[in-house]
Design a protein around this ligand. Structure first.
Ligand code: ADP
Ligand code: ASP
Ligand code: MG
Length: 816
C-alpha cells in the first residue's frame, strides 16, 4: 500500500484537482492507496484571519467568509458534473453554515481560545475532502472517505497537539483491515483529543497525518505531492538557481525541514524513519519529474558535503547574561524549564565558554512570553544584579547549512562565514550540532535573501559568482561598457564563473532599477521611461535591494557622484570609478575611501583614472605590494593632449585640432580640463598617492602653455574663441620644437616627492618622441627597475579602451 498526500495548491483549483485525480487513478491500478488531503491553498490562513476579525469585532469577517464560500462553491461547480454537484453543494453549504455560526459566535463573545481555533481550522480539510471525494467517485474509483479525527488521537494541546502513537496506530490498522475500498481519502491536519475535542497537528500538519498512516500500515512508501519538484537545495522562492535534491537521508530531511524548508512538516519524518519507509516529494503539476527521495541512505555514498540551505524567519534572539551564571550548576535547567512550561519551542541555543551568557532563538511571537517568564524566574538574581534582565532582539532569521557528510570535510564553516562576511551579512549567533549535520546562524531578516543566494552560489553553483552592477553615467564610455558586458556575458560566465548582471542604470535625467537584471537589449528605452534620476534614490535602491556582490560604477565626471562613494562602501558595495575626482581631491578624503574599502571588504578600483584601459595603477600596486619602491615616474598621461600635439603642425590650426579631439571623444566634456594640464596633474597626483606619498593637487607644479585669455575664458565657447585669436602663440610653440628637431609632449613627472606637469620639447631618441596618436606612456623607475624603467605604453584615451578598463576592474573585484 502507498500513502499519497496532496497539499493546498494541489487541491487549490479545478485544474489541479483533475491532476490529483489522474495521479490517484494511476497509482491505484497497482495497489490500494490511501490519500491525505490538505485544505484548499490559503484556506487555513483565511480561517485564522476571519476568526481574528470576528473576535476583534470587525464585521469584515463576513466578507472574508463569503470569499471563502464562493471559492469552494466555484471549485465544486467547475470539477463536478450534475450527477455529483447537487449533493456536494448541499454538504458544503451545510458545513459552511456551521462555520458561519461559529464565527458569529466569536463575534459576540469576543474571545478566541486555542480550543475554538482548532474547531474553526478543522473546516478547511472538511471542505476540501468533500469536493475531492466526489471527484474521485465521478472518475469511477471505489473510494471511501474516512474522517481522520476518528483515528488520530492526541492530547489537549490545542493548535499543536501531540499524538498518542499507540492508540493512533491501532485505530488506523484496525480501520484499514476492516475496509476494502481501492482508495481511502482522509482529511489531513485534524485529530481528536482523548476527551473527544477537535485538535490539530500544527500548521503544515497534513504531511504528518500522512506519515502516521504510512507508519501504522507499514506502507510501501509515502508520497508528498506539492507545488515544487522536490526538496530544493534552498528555498526556491528566494533563490532562483535552487534545484531539487535527488536524495536525502532522513536526518538531512529533518534538519532542513526543522530549519525552515517548509515543503516538509518537521515531525513527518520520524514515524516513517522508524519503519524505514521511503518518502518521495513530488510535484502535482509535473508528475513526470523525479522529485526527491528521502531514505536511510548511507552518508558515505553521498558525495556532496552540503545538501541544502534553509531559513526560518521571524526569529527573536534572547540573551541571558551576567556574572551570576558562571559555574552554577542547574542554571540552564531553570532557564529551559521555564521556557518548556510556557510551551516555547527553542530553535537554537549557544552558550559562551565563559558561561557568562546563554543565547537562544525562538519564534518572535513567543518573545514577550519568554521575557516575562524568564525575568520572573530569575527575579532574585536580577534584583541582586547578578543577572541582567533577558535581552530581546527581533527582526532576525536563522539560516542553516545542512549535510550528513559535512563532518568529513574541513572548512565548511569557514566557507560559510567568509561568504557571509564578504557580503556584509552580520552574524548574531552561531550554532553547530555535535552531529555536525548542520551549522546555523542568526542573521538580520533583511539579509536572508542575500545570504541564501551567496551561500547557494558558494556551495551549489560551481562557485559561479553573481556580480550586480549599478551603473551611473551612460555617455560614450558607459554605453560602450554596457555593449561590452552584453557581448562578453556568456563568455565570462563560462570561463570565469562570473555572472554579470546590470541591476541599475542612471543618467542625469532618469534611472531604471531591476533586482532581476535589466535586459541589455533594450536598456535605452527602459532608461528613457525610468523614474526621475536622483543620486540618493539610486543609493537607496541599491541599499534596499541588498544584493550580494554589488558594485557601483561611476562613469561620470561629476563631483556629487564622487562624494557619494563613501556611502556605497559603507554598505559593502564596491566602487569602480573612471571619475577622477575622488582620488584627486583632498588626501584625507582619498584615504578615507581606502580605509572604508578595507573596513567593509568592498574594493574601490579606479584603474581608468590613469591611462584609460592601460594597467598602470594595477602594475604600480603590484610593484608596491611586492615591496618595490618608486624612485621616479615619467609619463605622458593625456591621450587628448598627445592627440592634439601629434596632429598640430604648420598646416593645421590649434583650434581645429582641439575641436577634432573633442569631437572624437578624446577630451573631457570640458576640454579646458585637459588643455590646462589639470587632468594630467590629477593623474600624476593619483600615481604619487598610490606610490605612498601624501600629496595634494596644490603640491603639483603646473607649467601652463595656454594664454592668459584662454585661462580666463568663462565658457567652453569663449575658450575656443581664444584659441582662434591666440593661434600665433600656439604656432610658435610648434615652430620652436620643430627648429630644435623635437616633438611637443605634455609630460608628467614624479621625482622623489616632487611632482610637476608641463609641455616639453622631446628630442629624438627619447621613448616619448615617437608616441603616436592618443597613446600614453608611463615609465616607472623603481628600486627593481633603476636604469631601464618598466614601461607601459598604449592607447590612453577613447571610449572603448576606457570601457574595457572599467570592465577589467569589474572582473578584478569579481575574482577577488
Ligand atoms: P503544500 O501546500 O503542498 O503542503 P507548502 O507550501 O507547505 O506546500 O510547501 C511547499 C513550499 O515550500 C514550496 O512552494 C516552497 O515555496 C517552500 N519551500 C521552502 N523551502 C523549500 C525547499 N528547500 N525546497 C522546496 N520547497 C521549499
Ligand atoms: N491546512 C493546514 C495548514 O495550512 C495543514 C496543511 O496544509 O498541511 O497548515
Ligand atoms: Mg505543507
Amino acid at each position: 500500500m502507498k500513502v499519497l498526500k496532496f497539499g493546498g495548491t494541489s487541491v487549490g483549483s479545478s485544474e489541479n484537482i483533475h491532476k490529483v485525480v489522474d495521479i490517484v487513478a494511476k497509482r491505484s491500478k497497482d495497489s490500494r492507496i490511501l490519500v491525505v488531503i490538505s485544505a484548499v491553498g490559503g484556506v487555513t490562513d483565511s480561517l485564522l484571519i476571519m476568526a481574528n476579525e470576528a473576535v476583534s469585532k470587525n464585521e469584515s469577517y463576513k466578507t472574508t467568509f463569503h470569499t471563502l464560500k464562493a471559492k469552494h462553491l466555484h471549485i465544486a461547480e467547475e470539477v463536478l458534473n450534475s450527477a455529483y454537484l447537487e449533493a456536494v453543494i448541499d454538504t458544503l453549504t451545510h458545513e459552511l453554515d456551521q462555520l458561519k455560526s461559529l464565527l458569529d459566535g466569536l463575534f459576540l463573545i469576543n474571545e478566541l481560545s486555542p480550543k475554538t481555533q482548532d474547531k474553526l481550522l478543522s473546516f478547511g480539510e472538511r471542505l476540501s475532502t468533500t469536493i475531492v471525494i466526489a471527484c474521485l467517485e465521478q472518475h469511477g474509483l471505489k473510494v471511501q472517505l474516512k474522517n481522520s479525527q476518528e483515528l488520530i488521537v492526541t492530547d489537549n494541546n490545542f493548535t499543536n497537539a501531540r499524538v498518542n502513537l499507540d492508540n493512533t496506530y491501532k485505530n488506523i490498522k484496525d480501520f484499514i483491515a476492516s475496509d476494502h475500498h481501492d482508495v481511502i481519502l482522509f482529511p489531513g491536519f485534524i485529530s481528536k483529543s482523548e476527551t473527544g475535542e477537535i485538535t490539530t497537528l500544527g500548521r503544515g500538519g497534513s504531511d504528518y497525518t500522512a506519515s502516521l498512516i504510512a507508519s501504522a500500515i507499514d506502507a510501501e512508501d509515502l508520497e508528498i505531492w506539492t507545488d515544487v519538484s522536490g526538496m530544493f537545495t534552498t528555498n526556491p522562492k528566494l533563490v532562483k538557481q535552487a534545484i531539487p535534491i535527488e536524495k536525502l537521508s532522513y536526518q538531512e530531511a529533518i534538519e532542513l525541514s526543522h530549519f525552515g524548508a517548509k515543503v516538509l512538516y518537521p515531525p513527518t519524518v520520524m514515524p516513517v524513519l522508524l519503519k524505514d519507509i521511503p518518502i518521495w516529494i513530488k510535484n502535482t503539476n509535473q508528475p513526470e519529474e523525479q522529485g526527491t527521495l528521502i531514505t536511510n541512505i548511507n552518508q558515505l555514498q553521498v558525495a556532496k558535503p552540503v545538501k541544502g540551505i534553509s531559513n526560518i524567519d521571524n526569529i527573536a534572539l534572547m540573551t541571558l547574561q551576567g556574572s551570576g551564571m558562571v559555574g552554577i550548576p542547574g542554571f540552564s535547567k531553570r532557564l529551559f524549564e521555564t521556557l518548556a512550561n510556557e510551551k516555547i519551542n527553542i530553535i537554537l541555543i549557544t552558550q559562551s565558554s565563559s558561561e557568562h551568557s546563554i543565547c537562544f532563538a525562538i519564534d518572535e511571537s513567543d518573545a514577550q512570553k519568554a521575557k516575562t517568564s524568564v525575568d520572573q524566574t530569575f527575579q532574585n538574581e536580577i534584583s541582586l544584579k547578578q543577572l541582567e534582565p533577558l535581552i530581546v532582539e527581533t527582526e532576525l532569521s536563522v539560516i542553516a547549512v545542512v549535510g550528513d557528510n559535512m563532518k568529513n570535510h574541513q572548512g565548511i564553516s569557514g566557507k560559510m562565514f567568509s561568504t557571509l562576511g564578504k557580503n556584509n551579512v552580520n552574524i548574531r549567533a552561531i550554532a553547530q550540532g555535535a552531529s555536525e549535520r548542520n551549522i546555523s546562524a542568526v542573521i538580520s531578516k533583511k539579509d536572508v535573501k542575500k545570504a541564501l543566494n551567496s551561500l547557494h552560489e558558494r556551495f551549489f553553483e560551481d562557485n559561479t559568482k553573481q556580480v550586480n552592477l549599478f551603473i551611473t553615467g551612460v555617455g560614450n564610455v558607459g554605453q560602450r561598457l554596457l555593449e561590452q558586458i552584453k557581448q562578453q556575458k556568456k563568455y565570462v560566465k563560462a570561463h570565469h564563473k562570473v555572472n554579470l548582471r546590470v541591476v541599475g542604470i542612471s543618467n542625469s535625467r532618469t534611472m531604471v532599477l531591476d533586482a532581476d537584471g535589466i535586459s541589455l537589449k533594450d536598456w535605452k528605452s527602459q532608461l528613457d521611461s525610468g523614474e526621475n534620476a536622483s543620486l540618493n534614490g539610486f543609493l537607496e535602491h541599491a541599499k534596499s535591494m541588498n544584493l550580494r556582490n554589488s558594485v557601483f560604477v561611476d562613469i561620470t565626471a561629476n563631483s556629487d557622484v564622487a562624494n557619494s562613494y563613501d556611502q556605497y562602501l559603507k554598505e559593502s558595495i564596491s566602487v569602480v570609478a573612471c571619475n577622477k575626482i575622488a582620488c584627486s581631491s583632498n588626501y584625507d578624503d582619498y584615504q578615507n575611501l581606502k580605509a572604508l574599502s578595507l573596513k567593509y571588504s568592498a574594493p574601490f578600483l579606479f584603474e581608468t583614472n590613469v591611462g584609460a584601459g592601460l594597467p598602470v595603477i594595477d602594475t604600480l600596486n603590484h610593484l608596491m605590494t611586492s615591496g618595490d619602491k618608486v624612485n621616479k615616474i615619467q609619463a605622458v598621461l593625456s591621450g587628448s593632449l598627445n592627440f592634439v600635439f601629434n596632429n598640430f603642425n604648420r598646416e593645421s590650426t590649434f583650434h581645429d585640432v582641439v575641436k577634432q579631439a573633442q569631437d572624437e571623444g578624446y577630451t573631457e566634456p570640458d576640454p579646458r580640463i585637459d588643455l590646462s594640464g589639470v587632468d594630467v596633474a590629477r593623474k600624476i597626483l593619483i600615481l604619487a598617492r598610490e606610490s605612498g606619498l601624501s600629496l595634494e593637487l596644490t603640491d603639483i607644479s603646473m607649467e601652463n602653455f595656454l594664454t592668459e585669455s584662454a585661462m580666463n575664458a568663462n565658457s567652453v565657447d569663449d575658450f575656443y574663441e581664444t584659441l582662434k585669436s591666440d593661434e600665433e602663440h600656439y604656432k610658435n610653440l610648434y615652430l620652436s620644437a620643430e627648429k630644435n628637431n623635437c616633438q611637443l609632449k605634455f609630460v608628467a613627472e614624479l621625482d622623489g616627492d616632487k611632482a610637476k606637469v608641463g609641455l616639453q620639447e622631446i628630442p629624438e631618441g627619447h621613448p616619448f618622441y615617437n608616441l603616436e596618436g592618443k597613446d600614453n606612456i608611463v615609465m616607472f623607475f623603481t628600486e627593481r627597475y633603476p636604469e631601464q624603467p618598466l614601461i607601459i605604453k598604449g592607447a590612453g584615451a577613447g571610449a572603448d579602451v576606457t570601457a574595457s578598463g572599467l570592465f577589467a576592474d569589474i572582473m578584478r573585484l569579481a575574482n577577488n
